[in-house]
Each structure stands twice: as structure tokens, then as C-alpha cells.
Design a protein around this ligand. Structure first.
Ligand code: NI
Length: 172
């Protein structure tokens, strides 16, 4: 079942999310719904607060090539356990900040640990787009958006446009 994606600015996008300590069917259903919502958008990552749930859960799939096998990842309590000194710059966007893109510098490689859909502990190194995406999504769990890396002027301009967009949407 598809969920509604919150649009910035929204207080729920600025909250610190709580760790998942009881991985139950309701949370698994939420993860599946989030993947469905992400693919439909379409996007390459989605965090639980973006659908209004303040739990530490993200989903991602950065396979973009047409015809390549998808790789949906569900991460409960994801944590960056190591990051490279080397950085990379990607033009980022966010499903909660539609039609806005900006370059963000982040560590080029990260090692991440998480609990998978079955509650099994996983650990993997990510690079390229995957590294950027997983860091962007984990940021969401700490109430941080990619526009928080931009200069205040730029951030305020984007936020103003989003306020206007939401007003227009509300009017229908
Ligand atoms: Ni995002």
C-alpha cells in the first residue's frame, strides 16, 4: 500500500527518530509500503519520517540501469560505522523537496550496519551513488535534510518555494 510523502517544511521531518527495538509485522509492512511508495515516486531512497513515522527505518535501491536487477534494501537502525576521508559530490534531491536539486559533499565511501527485514545484523561497504543515498537517508532519521548542507540563503529560497507548492496543493 502506497503512503503519502510529507513535503518540507513539516515538523516531523525535523525530529530525531527512535530506534526500532521490536521488529514486528507492522514495521515489516511499513518497510514494504515504503519500498512501494519509493518505486512509484520514483525515487532511490525513502526514510520512515517522510511518511510520518518517527522510527529508524530507511529503504533504498540505487540500481538505475534499465534492465538491471533491482536491489531493494530495508534497513532498520542503520548506522554509519566508518567513513572515508575521500569525499564525493552528488547532485541530490529528495522526495520531500520535489523538483529541487543541489550539490552536496559527503564521504565517498561508508560502512553501514543495520538490521534487515528478518532482524538479522548486516554490515556492508557502500560507494558511489549508494554511499550518498544511504547517508542522505540516515540523515533523515536525525531530522536533517540535504538542504541543511546549503548556505542559508539558498535553503530559505527552496523552503519558500516548498511553502508555496504546499499552499497550491492544499487549494487543489
Ligand atoms: Ni530525502
Amino acid at each position: 500500500m502506497k503512503r503519502d510523502i510529507l513535503i518540507h517544511p513539516d515538523p516531523r521531518l525535523k525530529k530525531l527518530c527512535s530506534p526500532v527495538d521490536d521488529l514486528n509485522d507492522e514495521l515489516r509492512k511499513l518497510a514494504d509500503d515504503m519500498l512501494e511508495t519509493m518505486y512509484d515516486a520514483p525515487g532511490i531512497g525513502l526514510a520512515a519520517p517522510q511518511v510520518g513515522v518517527l522510527s529508524r527505518l530507511i529503504v533504498l535501491d540505487c540500481v538505475k540501469e534499465e534492465g538491471e536487477k533491482p536491489r531493494p534494501l530495508i534497513m532498520f537502525n542503520p548506522e554509519v560505522t566508518a567513513s572515508s576521508d575521500e569525499t564525493s559530490v552528488y547532485e541530490e534531491g529528495c522526495l520531500s523537496i520535489p523538483q529541487e536539486y543541489a550539490e552536496v559533499t559527503r564521504p565517498a565511501e561508508v560502512e553501514v550496519s543495520w538490521l534487515d527485514r528478518d532482524g538479522k545484523l548486516q554490515k556492508e561497504g557502500f560507494s558511489g551513488l549508494w554511499a550518498t543515498c544511504v547517508q542522505h537517508e540516515i540523515d533523515h532519521l536525525n531530522g536533517k535534510l540535504f538542504i541543511d548542507y546549503l548556505k542559508p540563503m539558498r535553503r530559505q529560497m527552496i523552503t519558500r518555494r516548498m511553502v508555496k507548492l504546499k499552499r497550491e496543493k492544499a487549494r487543489g
